[in-house]
Write a protein that binds this ligand. Structure first.
Ligand SMILES: Nc1ccn([C@@H]2O[C@H](COP(=O)(O)O)[C@@H](O)[C@H]2O)c(=O)n1
Ligand SMILES: C[C@@]1(CO)OP(=O)(O)OP(=O)(O)OC[C@H]1O
Length: 161
């Protein structure tokens, strides 16, 4: 039966508006000297939010807003690594592990290339994957969306047996 296949694909997205006086954290890595950061209820880590949503979507488990509502004061300032840890628990309870993830960050400034390896390493560590299983790409919006950061992620989930 197709639904018993041991591989599932997931997709997640997140976007946050950028404003001065906020930190910019991507994949658990603070971006140094960013002029603006993400406006958010949590720490605004759009990479980890999109990764978490990709994992949830692969098993049709909804999205992080259902588990961490942005109307709930207990999640204010939340460290997004805790979101991802909770989501990993949910997929592991169902017998799945991440196999690989591919993420694309769209941001006009600053240039993120120098942080590529650090972000890949950080996301890989959180997912208990080798770095080679985390693809990290950066794009500008070519000036079309200079005031926000957007992240898109595909994830493959695998189950033994
Ligand atoms: N914040 C960003 C955005 C892009 N890059 C790198 O720049 C190159 C060109 O990007 P385009 O969107 O113009 O195709 C590409 O190699 C990106 O990796 C970046 O480092 N930081
Ligand atoms: C993480 C949560 C909860 O703090 O809030 P935000 O940081 O605003 O992030 P978003 O990606 O808009 O949605 C998920 C929220 O429930």
């Amino acid at each position: 039966m197709l639904s018993s296949l041991p591989l599932r694909i997931g997709y997640g997205e997140d976007a946050h508006r950028l404003a001065p006086g906020r930190p910019l954290i991507l994949g658990g890595v603070p971006v140094p000297h960013a002029e603006r950061g993400a406006v958010a209820h949590s720490d605004g880590d759009a990479v980890l939010h999109a990764v978490a949503d990709a994992l949830l979507s692969g098993l049709a488990l909804g999205d992080i807003g259902q588990y961490f509502p942005d109307t709930d004061p207990q999640w204010a300032g939340l460290d997004s690594r805790d979101i991802l840890r909770r989501v990993l628990d949910l997929i592991r309870e169902r017998g799945y592990e991440p196999v690989n993830v591919a993420l694309v960050v769209t941001l006009d400034r600053p240039k993120l290339g120098p942080l590529r390896a650090k972000i890949a390493r950080s996301v890989a560590t959180l997912l208990a994957l080798p770095e080679s299983e985390v693809g990290v790409s950066f794009k500008t919006s070519e000036g079309l969306a200079p005031d926000h950061v957007q992240v898109r992620v595909t994830a493959l989930l695998g189950r033994d047996g």
